[in-house]
Design a protein around this ligand. Structure first.
Ligand code: NAP
Ligand code: 3JN
Length: 339
């Protein structure tokens, strides 16, 4: 079997990474439809040894498509994903639009692939910072029972799309950026995501908390989040502190993580062996290291978790969802009346 796949946002950082990941993983493509805004219509993109012409995304784009991978921003997903689902095409959406919708499964295959079984045509891909954290947390939860998580992120500028990369690179070259993702300088600095919530939290912090609870099916787990942007081009790092029901040792944590799908342990701190964003870039795994016990609570530990935000944090996770749907024969779905 092979499938007709549309990519909405094919010219963006995530969309281009999706194309690469589909190619690398040899996803069975019958036809490929590359969609973006009217600005990019007519652009030529090479993939799978062929040249494709980018088309403007419209409500009619999904006729005959089996799967649509969306990474064109939240408002585009909100407007067009329901048209795709109505055309019988399964949407895997990278924006936050559908993540907390009760009819949309929010999936990281290593954690909750089971949630895909009875989908209704729109499946949400979590936020990049959430994905890498839950991949590392799930084996710890299974072994020791998760009570509380305290996480601080060190997020690369590619998380803010092409604009973020251009902003940092311009400043490093001593130029004025054409557009900015922060009112503060990015180069040689640390900044926060926009804070629009009256509580003082950024959207990114709120997403991490809500999405983690939904994916891990732990509605009451305690989570404290601080999200920070650092002058790194690709891959997000996270300091993750966990408190568990059962006691842990460094060795038992390593044993819980070792060999789990999607996780690579990089943990020999005496020899300066630990995960870094440079080493994690262009890889698909979540890299975990600096495992230490935290003696400030009864059962506590620290982890350092690093992953490529454009790959496992976005494109790879979306393609893994598509692979899982295909492998289980779960592409067909019962539609909902209204999204
Ligand atoms: P990007 O590099 O800025 O690319 C944005 C893409 O969306 C471009 O292909 C753009 O097409 C397309 N687009 C924008 N407005 C559109 C419209 N009205 N109709 C059709 N296409 C439109 O951003 P990105 O990093 O790829 O991220 C895209 C989205 O993915 C984000 O907004 C977010 O929701 C999600 N996401 C990103 C990350 C990450 O780590 N970067 C992680 C998770 C999720 P044009 O080239 O024609 O403008
Ligand atoms: O800032 C980052 O590192 C990740 C940003 C992700 C992002 C950027 C713009 C809009 C998202 C997301 O995936 O949550 C969204 C969004 O769809 O809300």
């Amino acid at each position: 079997m092979s499938y007709t796949v549309a990519i909405a946002g094919a010219t963006g950082l995530v969309g281009r990474t999706m194309l690469r990941v589909l190619e690398e993983r040899n996803f069975p493509i019958k036809e490929l439809k590359l969609l973006a805004s009217a600005r990019s219509a007519g652009q030529v993109v090479s993939a799978f040894g062929k040249e494709y012409i980018v088309e403007e995304l419209t409500e009619h784009s999904f006729a005959g498509c089996d799967i649509a991978l969306f990474s064109a921003g939240g408002s585009t997903s909100k407007q067009y994903a329901p048209y795709a689902a109505a055309a019988g095409c399964v949407v895997i959406d990278n924006s936050s639009t559908w993540r907390m919708h009760p009819n949309a499964p929010l999936v990281v295959p290593e954690v909750n692939a089971y949630a895909l079984e009875h989908h209704h045509g729109i499946i949400a891909n979590p936020n990049c910072s959430t994905i890498q954290m839950v991949v590392a947390l799930q084996p710890i939860h299974e072994q020791f029972g998760l009570k509380r998580v305290v996480v601080s992120t060190y997020q690369s500028v590619s998380g803010a799309g092409q604009k973020g990369v251009d902003h940092l690179q311009a400043e490093i070259q001593g130029k004025e950026p054409e557009s900015r993702i922060s009112t503060h300088p990015l180069a040689y600095n640390t900044v926060f995501h926009s804070i629009t919530d009256a509580s003082g939290f950024s959207e990114e912090e709120i997403k991490m908390k809500n999405e983690t609870r939904k994916i891990m099916n732990l509605p009451d787990v305690k989570i404290a989040v601080t999200c920070v942007r650092v002058p790194v081009l690709g891959a997000h790092s996270e300091s993750v502190n966990v408190e568990t029901e059962k006691p842990m040792t460094v060795e038992s944590i390593r044993a819980a993580l070792q060999g789990k799908p999607g996780i690579t342990l990089v943990d020999d701190p005496i020899n300066a062996v630990y995960p870094t964003p440079v080493a994690a870039s262009n890889k698909d795994d979540v890299f975990v290291g600096r495992i230490r016990l935290d003696d400030s609570v009864e059962n506590g530990a620290h982890l350092w978790v690093v992953s490529d935000n454009l790959r496992k944090g976005a494109a790879t996770n979306a393609v893994q969802i598509a692979e899982s749907l295909v492998a289980h024969n779960w592409l067909r779905f019962e539609p909902v009346e209204q999204w």
